[in-house]
Design a protein around this ligand. Structure first.
Ligand code: C5P
Length: 405
């Protein structure tokens, strides 16, 4: 049966972004009932949401309804999930105190489905102890609350309070609708992004890794119930909400952080494009160019730690370790060798020269190879879908550890 989602839009500037969320959810053939507060209608017209959701938008507690005997109870009874996005400080306060003075707040009290709250507001308002205490109260009584993103806000300040990315909200909605919790009780350590190696105080060496694959894996693992530690080198991406995020700069720093958390984790996944070389000497001062531009600078490089190989040496019997092999030739053969040299259980191989695969794309074309030689090639998929199939395979290993012997 088609699942029905109530989207409660309250009066914050981020209300306009929820139009995209409705459109994204409609593509999955979900039925959407949009309920707007009066404040929300000042930012976006109900007509916009009616057009996107294909249904009458509900705004008025006193509106005569042909569909329901008692409108707010009828709506509350038929939805499988209620999402409040954006949730303003005012609406959060009303929820925390059981106030029901408009249609949406009345529906909130009447629903028995899970409720997802997505706060978005000015940073000072968000950090205000009263708002924080209201949010805590709501979490404690079982509402799901997403952490807002950090960044520039419409009011001109920068800090926590931004609406999370629509993709993050979408993924949270999907996992609440269909909770596949196969990683509950598991701790996963993931590295992502590219590492940077300083040459002098202003220059560094890096590579084309973007962190997309690792961030998708972290999001997927979190949604499936895992506790996730994401150690990331340079990236422009925002960390998914709910994961323990540790930003690092160099391969050495990444290695130290991974080493610290490795022994307490059940699963270690290395997606990071770790730089293989660093400057033999990092200059204390910026190297000046000579007026004569004919000079040459010969940079001496030395190896960085092979993080997975080092962690592989101390892998515990029941730990699962997954690596990535981004290759430009002999993809499967090279990937198989890495399983052995790095003591991995599984490797995700891809040819980075193929269109739609590898660095900086939103899609990837991968073959997953197991230690026992089994290999499965997948068609072109989004990196989020790739993350799901990788975790499906990891889940199988958790269920049948002997398969790999
Ligand atoms: O040997 P290669 O660099 O091709 O192996 C790729 C895999 O090894 C990836 O999972 C990558 O994260 C990991 N790696 C690492 N430390 C390095 C280089 C790669 O952990 N210094």
């Amino acid at each position: 049966m088609t699942k029905k989602i109530g989207i409660g839009v309250t009066g914050g500037i981020a209300a306009y972004k929820i139009v995209d969320l409705v459109s994204r959810l409609k593509k999955d053939d979900l039925e959407i009932v949009v309920i707007m507060t009066e404040g929300a209608t000042k930012f976006v017209t109900p007509l916009t949401f009616r057009t996107m959701s294909g249904r009458e938008v509900l705004t008025d507690l006193w509106q005569e309804s042909e569909q329901y005997k008692v409108q707010h109870i009828g709506v509350a009874e038929e939805i499988d999930l209620l999402v409040i996005a954006p949730a303003t400080a005012n609406f959060i306060a009303k929820m925390a105190h059981g106030i029901a003075d408009d249609l949406l707040s009345t529906v909130v009290l009447a629903v028995t489905s899970p409720v997802l709250i997505v706060p978005a507001m000015n940073s000072n308002m968000y950090m205000n102890p009263i708002v924080q205490s209201n949010i805590n109260k709501l979490s404690q009584v079982g509402y799901h609350v997403m952490a807002p993103a950090q960044g520039d806000l419409a009011c001109g300040v920068s800090g926590p309070g931004r609406l999370p990315e629509i993709e993050d909200i979408y993924q949270e909605v999907i996992s609440l609708l269909d909770p596949r919790q196969d990683f509950v009780g598991k701790k996963i350590l993931i590295n992502a992004g590219s590492t940077c190696e300083d040459i002098d105080p202003v220059r560094f060496i890096t590579n084309r890794g973007t962190g997309k694959m690792g961030f998708c894996l972290a999001r997927e693992a979190h949604q499936r119930g895992a506790e996730v530690i994401l150690v990331s080198g340079h990236t422009h991406l925002k960390p998914p909400s709910g994961v323990h995020f540790i930003p690092v700069w160099s391969a050495d720093e990444m290695y130290q952080q991974m080493l610290q958390y490795c022994s307490e984790c059940n699963i270690i996944i290395g997606t990071s494009a770790v730089g293989d070389f660093k400057a033999a000497q990092v200059a204390d001062q910026k190297r000046k160019k000579a007026d004569d531009r004919s000079e040459k600078w010969i940079l001496e490089l030395v190896g960085t730690p092979d993080i997975l190989k080092e962690l592989g040496k101390q892998k515990q019997k029941d730990q699962i370790m997954v690596g990535f092999a981004a290759e430009t030739e002999n993809v499967l053969e090279n990937a198989r060798k890495k399983i052995i040299t790095k003591n991995l259980d599984m490797i995700v191989a891809n040819d980075v020269t193929v269109d739609g695969a590898g660095f900086a794309t939103d899609t990837n074309i991968v073959t997953i190879i197991h230690r026992n030689g089994e290999a499965q090639a997948f068609p072109k998929m989004t990196k989020q879908e790739v993350a799901a199939v990788i975790l499906d395979q990891v889940a199988k290993l958790l269920d049948n550890p002997k398969d790999e012997e």
